[in-house]
Design a protein around this ligand. Structure first.
Ligand code: ADP
Ligand code: ZN
Ligand code: ZN
Length: 744
């Protein structure tokens, strides 16, 4: 007998319908209705037509057959989800807490079929010899952008327009110039790359170092033996991690398996992309958030059909529907962007491990500053650790020095630049070398406070500090609220109310005053708001059109600037004041990464770390390039406090339009949790108003829970869910965050 009944989840994000409804499969649809297919069904009293996903098919009805309605049609444009994706969605829902629909949206980032877009391609129309001549000319004229484009094209003959303007940092003007000079052409049909390269770069065939070889061989061997694992590669920048990734991917391809490579921010890693592109050509697909729905669909289709072996992209590339996945690589695995900050709040690392488990694939994590989580798991034996300790490009780690800003103050220097940093900047300006100045975060330091009574100016809607901008306004960075700068303190009337003068804009002004001849570029959220400005700033700095690049954490990763020989970290402890148990870890990572910007070229680099807390272990270990030392101190603190990774943590966030109601709900829910969970091994904190107590006029309350066992926390999540169901509350008012990365 054929299966005649389908359980369908309706595609609306509402608790009441976040369960399957059963429908009859009419005879004519029996062959086209499978698990995962999108169908049209009549729903509710009005029988309005809705869409839903088939999650199960059975032979027996769960209620009286006369009460069941029929599936009307199979959505012809729908992508069939394989059972695996469905299972994965169920796992995500269980693990992180969300509706099934929200989980399905995560594993199915591409839902609609749409026509493939026309692709623009830039083609070199010169012979290699002509191109070589031109290149020499551009180099002699120091025309860096032109040289860069030409050099890239000499290697591959044609390049997607996107890559040229994006990862390669080439402006439209440069492209126009080269077209006018008759050197390149822009075509809109797909130009296939010539598989036989006239000039394959030697660098494509690196002989692996002993450490690299050991890493690659072990991982490949275990995969071949049918025993794939999770591996962490801890390797300083330039130690050849990317080369390892490529050789691993190559080994997978040789076994007929596919690879997913996650990278944190596609715009930052042009170099990585190009290296994969050069080696694997058309077999590489790239996902990024700027792709249209149609383009994404194409990429996923290619993966499904087996037209591609390697998918590179941010978080969402994880869900590429490969038939025979062999390996998932997560580069810069410590990055915050691997955590999804909307519901379901999943972490790409954990989901990757789950996907790998389901497909018998290996997981490789890589970082110069691994997350405490991953390093901890190498100690517990869950992951296998590989260390890459040598810089393969020669070049030495920069020399570092910690400067005590309190000392500077005592000796009468009130400027944000210590005497040492001032001297060094002067020195580099004279030598025509480049300088990077790094300020931990925008807005954070821009708050306005009263020196008499301590009052801090806050947003009336969001309860976070307002930032002072040069246009004389105070601005809220959550909701955009603004008001005029105050002349006296609204609390006590004192005139000593002012901004903490350490925003990037103020520092830019101070640099200009102090070093009037220096050419300065500023890069922060404000200066990069316009599309492309980000790229323009970076390419202008790499073309040496400026001496100093001043910026927030945006500047610390990605790009190599060989001419940078001095990195100044202006107030390293700013990020230590953030109210978050990961503050020291973040500070260590940021300082290490910022320091890594110095001395990428031939000339050794120097790093100056200015701080009001020179004794803090995160700064001392960062200055000594000592990850292990930092880890040992930090993990003790986590263990003592039962913070992740020593334990697990769950934040239950409650949102309410009325403060009182929110508070009451939080209290009742906390009571329910205390009552229903055997308190053994679970630490319950709160409820309390969140640190950001209000966003857009919605009040936020939090309950923090900690336990050594993850499972205990998912039980708490279920208790909350059933409490909401029991009391008929709207589930949009509750969010769960396991092992949080963000702040509340
Ligand atoms: P990471 O990803 O750890 O920063 P990369 O893989 O980018 O390191 O390697 C840094 C540099 O060293 C690159 O220029 C790369 O081409 C080069 N490199 C990598 N592996 C080798 C090797 N085995 N022999 C020589 N050079 C190498
Ligand atoms: Zn005051
Ligand atoms: Zn606000």
């Amino acid at each position: 007998m054929t299966s005649r009944f389908a359980d369908v989840i309706i595609d609306i994000s509402h608790e009441k319908v976040d369960r399957p409804f059963q429908y009859i499969i009419p005879d004519e649809l029996v062959t086209s209705v499978h698990v995962g297919v999108e169908v049209c069904i009549p729903f509710g009293r009005s029988n309005s037509i809705r869409r839903g996903y088939v999650v199960n098919i059975t032979q027996t009805p769960s209620i009286e057959i006369t009460k069941l309605k029929q599936i009307q049609a199979v959505e012809p444009e729908s992508v069939t989800i394989e059972a695996r994706q469905m299972k994965l969605a169920a796992w995500i829902k269980e693990q992180y807490g969300s509706t099934m629909i929200a989980a399905l949206h995560i594993v199915l980032p591409v839902k609609q079929k749409s026509k493939a877009l026309e692709k623009k391609t830039i083609v070199l129309i010169l012979s290699q010899n002509e191109a070589k001549e031109k290149l020499e000319f551009f180099i002699s004229k120091k025309q860096q952008a032109r040289s860069r484009l030409l050099e890239a094209l000499m290697e591959t003959e044609s390049l997607p327009f996107e890559i040229v303007t994006g990862k390669l940092n080439i402006t439209a003007k440069t492209i126009r110039d080269l077209i006018e000079m008759g050197m390149i052409e822009v075509t809109s049909k797909l130009v296939y790359r010539n598989p036989v390269k006239s000039q394959k770069r030697e660098s494509d065939y690196k002989t692996l170092s002993e450490q690299q070889r050991h890493t690659v061989e072990t991982i490949v061997e275990e995969s071949l033996q049918g025993n794939p694992g999770t591996y962490l590669i801890h390797g300083i920048t330039g130690s050849g991690k990317t080369e390892v990734y490529m050789q691993l991917a190559q080994a997978m391809t040789a076994q007929g398996k596919q690879t997913i490579l996650l990278i944190p921010e596609i715009a930052l890693t042009y170099q990585t992309l190009m290296r994969f592109y050069n080696r694997f050509g058309d077999r590489v697909s790239i996902m990024n958030s700027r792709l249209s729905a149609g383009e994404r669909f194409d990429q996923f289709e290619r993966a499904r059909k087996g037209d591609t072996d390697i998918m590179i992209g941010p978080r969402s590339a994880l869900f590429a529907p490969f038939q025979n996945l062999g390996l998932i690589i997560i580069d810069e695995e410590h990055e915050n962007s691997y955590k999804n900050e909307s519901m379901p709040k999943y972490h790409a690392r954990e989901v990757a491990i789950q996907i790998a488990k389901m497909s018998h694939a290996s997981v490789v994590l890589g970082s110069a500053t691994p997350s405490l989580e991953s390093y901890y798991r190498t100690k517990t034996g869950e992951y296998r650790l590989f260390e890459l300790t040598e810089r393969l490009t020669g070049g030495t780690l920069p020399q570092t020095e910690i400067i005590d800003l309190r000392e500077e103050m005592r000796s009468g220097n009130r400027s944000i630049f210590s005497r040492k940093l001032t001297d060094q900047i002067q020195d580099r300006l004279e030598k025509k070398e480049q300088i990077i100045l790094f300020l931990n975060r925008r807005g954070y330091a821009g708050f306005v406070s009263c020196r008499s009574c301590g009052h801090v100016m806050k947003c009336p809607h969001c309860a976070i500090s307002l930032s002072e901008h040069t246009n004389g306004k105070l601005i809220c960075h959550y909701c955009g609220y603004e008001e005029a700068m105050v002349k006296s303190c609204p609390e006590c009337g004192s005139k000593f109310i002012a901004g903490f003068k350490a925003g990037t804009q103020q520092i830019e002004e101070q640099i200009k005053k102090k070093f009037p001849k220096a050419r300065v570029l500023r890069m922060d959220a404000d200066s990069t708001r316009k599309k492309d400005s980000y790229r323009e700033i970076l390419s202008s700095f790499s073309n040496q059109e400026a001496d100093i690049l001043l910026g927030t954490q945006m500047i610390v990763k990605g790009h190599d600037f060989p001419k940078v020989t001095l990195v100044g970290i202006l107030a390293a402890d700013l990020s230590l004041h953030v109210n978050d148990f990961r503050a020291a870890e973040r500070t260590f990572q940021l300082v290490t990464q910022a320091a890594g910007r110095a001395g990428r070229g031939e000339i050794p680099g120097e790093v100056i770390i200015q701080t009001y807390q020179p004794d803090h272990y995160s700064l001392i270990h960062a200055a000594n390039h000592d990850y292990e030392g930092f880890y040992e101190e930090e993990i003790q603190y986590r263990e003592m406090m039962m913070y992740p990774p020593a334990a697990h943590m769950l934040v239950v966030l409650l949102m309410n339009e009325t403060e009182l109601e929110g508070e009451l709900l939080a209290k009742n829910l906390a009571k329910e949790i205390r009552l229903r969970s055997e308190a053994k091994g679970i630490v319950i904190v709160g409820p309390a108003p969140a640190a950001i107590g209000k966003i857009n006029d919605i009040y936020r309350h939090v309950i923090y829970l900690r336990s050594c066992e993850y499972r205990r926390l998912t039980e708490i999540k279920e208790i909350c869910e059933s409490y909401f169901e029991k009391t008929g509350k709207n589930t949009e008012q509750i969010q769960f965050d396991f092992d949080p990365m963000g702040q509340y």
